[in-house]
Every structure is written in structure tokens, then in C-alpha cells.
Design a protein around this ligand. Sequence first.
Ligand code: PRT
Ligand code: ZN
Length: 290
Amino acid sequence: MSGEARIRIAVQKSGRLSEKSLELVKSCGIDFNVDPRVLMCGASNFPLDFLFVRDDDIPTYVADGVADIGIVGRNELDESGITLPVVRDLGFAGCRLSIAVKRGDDYDGLSWLEGKRIATSYPRILGRVLSEAGVTAELVRVSGSVEITPSIGIADCICDIVSTGTTLRMNGLVEVEAVYKSTAVMVARPDLEADVGLEAVLSRLLLRMDTVSAARKKKYILFNLPADKVDDAARIVGGMKSPTVTHLLDEGWVSVQSVVAEDRFWSVFEDLKAIGAEGILVMPIEKMSQ
Ligand code: PRT
Ligand code: ZN
């Protein structure tokens, strides 16, 4: 459609954020074809264009208006020193920035770092943590392979991104303190609100994202129950409003439908079994709007 505002999203071209970022957009019913040879591509059924870049560049591109929104690790955003509105915490690519020392070192808190050489790719975030703790240390800025710096004598210890901890272990290091936590976030350029057309497109996108994410946190549950246990079941299940109860041909039995939060599912399931529920069916929910 000519004249329709199209929103441009910066996503990581290739790395730990790429797949989940594209999956998120796909889950909103937005169709596109990614050609790895090109830097941009457009969605066919929603006014959205992708810009594929290195994650380090995403805060700058969004701040400069090259992109309207972007998906980036909170660590990368904070380290960039650029302040941008975070419109959603997306929850994926979770990791932490941790202090790791050589096996056998007697680390006993941040004060242990006083006067030490710490290798990191995150001098800004670490600098803030140390200054809040009143610790002065020498930060050795490295852009990769941080974990090898203590063994080659460049640093006494490191501060790096950890997710499973395998990399540290393989390099004879011990994670002693997590100083910062990160997940992927969606950021927007600060002046986006002023553009009514783009702001409306962003709202549509966020509504779709929220609808999908609400659905993923819930399960649809269907079960048969002795009719005199309906009040107990309603208490156990909770749900959006009250559960839907249908009478069965078999007198004295009802069928109950409701929605249960994923993280409460097993306790609900066990409690329902305990009051005599049978034929319990559990189904994923694709979309959900309150
Ligand atoms: O090429 P480009 O610049 O775009 O990508 P990149 O290499 O800079 O970033 P990438 O793809 O490695 O990571 C992108 C984002 O993913 C990071 O900014 C974090 O927000 C997030 N993330 C989540 C991680 C990790 N988990 C992670 N484990 N980023 C890096 N790591 C590295 C870490 O640096 C260390 O080398 O993985 C290693 C540790 O992993 P474990 O599992 O052994 O502990
Ligand atoms: Zn990067």
C-alpha cells in the first residue's frame, strides 16, 4: 500500500539473538523471507522492514534513526552508553556478567578486586559496578577470548558473559560473582512517538507480541469431574474468569474447561486428580487476549 508507514527493525544478522528475534516476528503472523546475502528485507503482510546488522551497532542505529526499533541484549545497550526507551523485555538470550577468577584464588567479595587487573569487554558496566562498591581496579579492555587472558598473564581475573559456565570451566576459571543480568530487549528510537503513523504500527506489533507471549504462559485444560466437586475445582484452577462447566450425559458428572498458568500447571493437575478429575486434556494456546 503506498503511503503506509513502514517500521524498520534492526536485528542481529548472525549470532545468538538472530534466530529468536526472527521467530518472535514470525510468531506474530508476519511473513518474510530472509536472504543471507542482503542487509534488508521487507515483510509481505505487515508494514515492517528488517535491517540485519551486528548487535554492537543496534543501539547506535536506533538512536540515529537508521532503524526505528531494534532487538539487542540489555548488556550491549548498557555498554554502549546510549539511552533508549526499552519497549519490551523479551526474556530470551538470558545471561549474566560475572567475575571469574583462577581456580584456587581466595576471592571473598568485590573488595578482593582492589588493585587487580580485570579483563573485560564490558568496561562501562563493570566500571559502574566497581565504583558503586568503592573498588579501584585496572580494567583491561579486550574484545574477545576474555577467558584466556589470566592464563597468558594479561589479567588477574575476568568479567565476562556467562550462560552455562562451560567456557569458564574449560579455561580453569571459577565464576565467583554475578554482577549484572541481561536478556534481549526491544528498544525504540526516542522520537518515535512524534511520528503518529509509525507509533500506530509499533502499537500493532506490540499488541501481537503481547498476545502471543500471554498465550505461551498459559495452558488450556479440559477435564471431567464429579458434579459435586465443581466448587473445589474452580478454587484449584482459578483461571481467566470462572471455568466453563458443561453437563455430561452421565448424570453426576460435568466437563470443565479453563486456562491455567504454565508455572502452576503441575500443582493444579495434582490437586485436580486428588478431587477425582478424570480424562484431563491439556492443550497449548496459540493466541490469547485478556
Ligand atoms: O557478530 P555480532 O557482533 O553481531 O555478535 P556477538 O558475537 O557480539 O554476540 P553474540 O551473538 O555472541 O551474542 C549476542 C548476545 O547474546 C549478547 O550480547 C548477550 O546479550 C547474549 N548472550 C547470551 C550471550 C551468551 N548468552 C553467551 N553465552 N553472549 C555471549 N555469550 C558468550 C560469552 O561471551 C562467553 O564467551 O558465550 C560464552 C560463555 O557461554 P557459556 O555457556 O559457556 O557460559
Ligand atoms: Zn557483537
